[in-house]
Ligand binder design. Sequence first.
Ligand code: ATP
Ligand code: AMO
Length: 434
Amino acid sequence: MQDRTYTADAEPGDDVTVAGWVHEIRDLGGIAFLILRDTSGKIQIKFEKDEMDDDLVETGLDASRESVVKVSGAVEEEPRAPTGVEVTPESVEVVAPADPELPLDPSGKVDADLSTRLDNRTLDLRKEDVQSVFEIRSGVLNAVRDQFREFDCTEINTPKIVATGTEGGTELFPITYFGEEAFMNQSPQLFKQLIAGSNVERVFEIGPIFRAEEHNTPRHLNEATSIDFEGAFCDHQDAMDVAEGVVKSAYEAVQENFGDELEAIGIADEFEVPEGDFPRISYEEAIERINATGELDEQLVWGDDLSTPAEEALGQDVGGHYFITDWPSEIKPFYIKDHDDDAELSTGFDLMHPRMELVSGGQREHRHEKLIEGFEQQGLDPDQFEYYTKMFKYGMPPHAGFGLGGERLIMTLLGLDNIREAVLFPRDRQRLSP
Ligand code: ATP
Ligand code: AMO
């Protein structure tokens, strides 16, 4: 609409046409107000019943909440109006009426449960706090892209329909691909390595990953957004530097550009950009510290994975973002390289937020024979991965990388309780539509 003015741009003295949703109608008798809402904010439309055309007053005041209306008129200063200005209408048109029975209240006065919100996402997104989450999500992905470009990375896109899994055989969604068994990809892992081994050298991808996890938790999705990095001639320390830079860039961008949105979400006062270097704690030290908290029923021993209570205990102890490094080789995947001087210790790392894991990464095994050995040790058939392993015969440089869960980044950054709040249309055990 070329002739349309955003409500936020309406200045006293302007003649404007504004269009948006009926947020609220307040009828005080002789005078009534329609609060019109658009993407930029809200504006008050004033109806003086005795002084205005009856049809115009009726059209405006009979419009049901959430109907789309278009109003033309003059903007005037009015200190009592919520934004300090109001429009005296010359014409009012109902562009799209709304059924008065709304499944949820976009004004936010009546709370709806998450399931109702997700079933009616269009209405849910009309709430300022919900819209703000997704404005911030978009801004975070922009900041992350900019940060990767600063690190000389090329953005890539890899296939999501694949022949083999990489992150543990039980979490694959099988599909039929022209009569053959195929899967939805769990991670761009093997593809990003294949590209980092070319002249492209440093790559990143922001794309969907699919995990057929049966469980229903506040921090797992069946379709998530993975922010992946892979760099040739990088080791695990370099990859940790990149992961730290990317996470910090997200916080900095939000601090710099999204003050109003933080306000709308109600966290402007407590939002902080993480300061200083993220501590790098070895797995060995991590389990000692967790055991020392006394929070767990059973003491952890070398080789144990960290349970959610263990992660939480350590998160509280550390109090900010931190890395866990030097994991036991046996609990990291085949593509993670072991330390040269100790085959029991891997170069794998996780980047943790006090609430949960955000990132996994490590240096990769780039030596062909060792890679094949790693497959066999993990009970995988290297023949199935020949498309990948054979490229390691033609000059595969040392390389390292990581995967960062996009929704976990947003969820922890904004203090959201449930990861589903960070996705427009989440896929979980119970939810396949919308
Ligand atoms: P990654 O995929 O790298 O392992 P993650 O955070 O998804 O990252 P998981 O191994 O899936 O890690 O799970 C980590 C922890 O999450 C588990 O040790 C467990 O404590 C917790 N967890 C997993 N499934 C469930 C579940 N169904 N209910 C509660 N907690 C769970
Ligand atoms: P990993 O399996 O740890 O590692 O995944 C990386 C990060 O992705 C996020 N994530 C999820 N987020 C929401 N729901 C899920 N079901 C889910 N699963 C994973 C987490 C996790 O830390 N290929 C390796 C990465 C690498 O080494 O480069 C990988 O996929 O934030």
